[in-house]
Design a protein around this ligand. Structure first.
Ligand code: ADP
Length: 471
């Protein structure tokens, strides 16, 4: 089940809490066990002390025979030791094994019987037996103490190493999980950063996201994708409204383009009507032919206009730069004449095709022509050239002889709403749209200029790969 980052943090915190609790409990249990072992060690010490005390009586008894006044104390020690041996039966059995315990107990019983017999004088065989048994019992108890101490040391070592291993293991697990999560987070955030960076360049790309993820980053990516889709739509709307604005600006020119053929048609039709009877068949046919040519000229202008104003989103197809330039000139040729602009072009017909949107690219050149005309109030020259570069891309130079762009404005002219034109004459959107459209075509646009030196826009576009038309 997918978790959000918040849930993961809470789960991590709870897991750490549970781990600390379990570790503390294990530690506490170990301490209790260790304390029990220390108590048993104390009891073994007590047993050894008792046996050593008995052996002191043993020495006196061997040297001087039974002393009436100490016999009661000896009996008391023997009784106490017997009781201790049976109380410690389980602890001794765990350390030495049941057989050893039984043999120790048996030795003690024999010793006790010999020592408690109350003989005035012990013979040498009894003395030797008592000494051997006494010494065996002391050795046995000392052995018990050594082993118990070793066991306690081992338990302590185990406890420390278990705690260290558990803490290190936990830290390692947390570190691995953290690294894994952080890596995936950073990777996804990097995608967002890259996609965000491409927005100012006019590339509105959505981010592919793993559908199984439902955390905060997924929400961020979903929001980002939504924003990108809306921006893309807005950009299209902007291009479209600029196109309509361009038509508005060029209305008089376009009207002229239509009026000319209409006038010609009218004149020719009048002439035909007036002199119909005097005209030979061939002359009349020529005049009708002329009317047809003028009609087709006018309908071409209208067709261009309709094509250009149509909202065709970003339908990409194989087109050529000469196609784009001639489509643009079809719309603004008359304006160039009115503004006394001399246009020269150097665009080879055999330029490779590009994958692009004809009307959007026409919009690019209409914007460039409009700006150039505005920069050459008293007329001037525009030169458009294109060539294929070494890397296969197409480079288009759009050069005018106008007032040029000052150094301080150069860095801003592609910014939306940057304009040096008077209020009502410029929106500051023309070049930002140029930038957006060219970026959408995976190309680049730059400008070179200086005050009074004219401006030169350099557009680079990749040529079409052999791929089907795409939207
Ligand atoms: P607008 O034309 O509405 O001002 P643009 O984005 O098309 O908006 O242009 C921004 C600014 O860039 C213009 O106001 C102008 O100062 C400058 N500019 C653009 N093209 C040229 C050019 N060919 N010559 C001189 N200045 C230019």
């Amino acid at each position: 089940m997918p978790f959000t980052i918040r849930t993961k943090i809470i789960l991590g915190f709870m897991a750490s809490l549970i781990f600390v609790c379990v570790l503390s409990m294990a530690f506490g249990l170990n301490i209790v066990t260790l304390k029990n072992k220390m108590m048993v060690l104390d009891e073994f010490h007590g047993l050894l002390d008792n046996i050593l005390e008995i052996r002191r009586y043993e020495k006196n008894t061997i040297l001087y025979g039974y002393q009436e006044k100490t016999v009661e104390e000896l009996m008391d020690y023997l009784q106490r030791t017997k009781r201790d041996i049976s109380i410690l039966s389980q602890s001794i059995g765990t350390i030495e094994g049941v057989d050893q315990y039984n043999s120790f107990k048996k030795k003690f019983e024999t010793y006790r019987t010999l020592m408690g017999a109350g003989k005035k004088r012990l013979d040498s065989a009894e003395v030797a037996r008592i000494r051997t048994l006494g010494s065996d019992m002391v050795k046995f108890c000392e052995g018990l103490l050594v082993q118990k101490r070793e066991r306690i040391d081992r338990s302590l070592e185990n406890m420390v190493s278990f705690s260290i291993t558990a803490v290190l293991g936990f830290i390692l697990c947390v570190a691995i999980l953290f690294l894994f999560e952080a890596k995936s987070l950073i990777k996804r955030l990097k995608q967002v950063t890259l996609a965000t960076r491409s927005i100012p360049q006019g590339r509105f790309k959505t981010i592919m996201e793993d559908a199984s993820k439902h955390d905060e980053i997924s929400q961020l990516i979903a929001g980002f994708n939504q924003m990108v889709r809306e921006l893309d739509e807005k950009q299209e709307q902007l291009v479209q409204s600029r196109k309509l604005a361009s038509i508005g600006t060029f209305t008089s020119g376009i009207a002229h383009e239509i009026n000319n053929p209409l006038n010609n048609i009218s004149l020719t039709a009048d002439g035909l009507l007036d002199a119909f009877d005097d005209l030979s068949d061939t002359e009349a046919r020529e005049m009708i032919q002329d009317i047809l040519i003028q009609t087709s000229r006018a309908s071409n202008v209208v067709k261009n206009l309709l094509d250009f104003s149509r909202s065709d989103q970003t339908h990409m197809s194989r087109i050529t730069i000469p196609e784009v330039i001639s489509g643009t000139l079809g719309l603004i040729r008359n304006q160039l004449m009115v503004h006394k602009i001399r246009l020269t072009t150097d665009i080879p017909d055999n330029l490779p095709a590009i994958q692009g949107n004809l009307h959007n690219l026409e919009q690019v050149f209409i914007n460039l022509f409009s700006n150039a005309m505005a920069a050459m109030a008293d007329g001037g020259d525009i030169h458009v050239s294109a060539n294929v570069q070494d890397d296969g891309s197409i480079r288009i130079l759009f050069k005018d002889s106008g007032q040029g762009i000052s150094q301080e404005n150069l860095a801003q002219i592609f910014d939306p709403f940057f304009t040096t034109k008077a209020v009502g004459q410029g929106t500051g959107l023309g070049l930002s749209i140029v930038y957006g459209i060219i970026k959408k075509h995976s190309g680049s646009v730059a400008v070179e200029s200086g005050n009074g030196q004219g401006a030169c826009f350099i557009i680079t576009l990749p040529t079409a790969q052999d791929e089907p038309d795409a939207r």
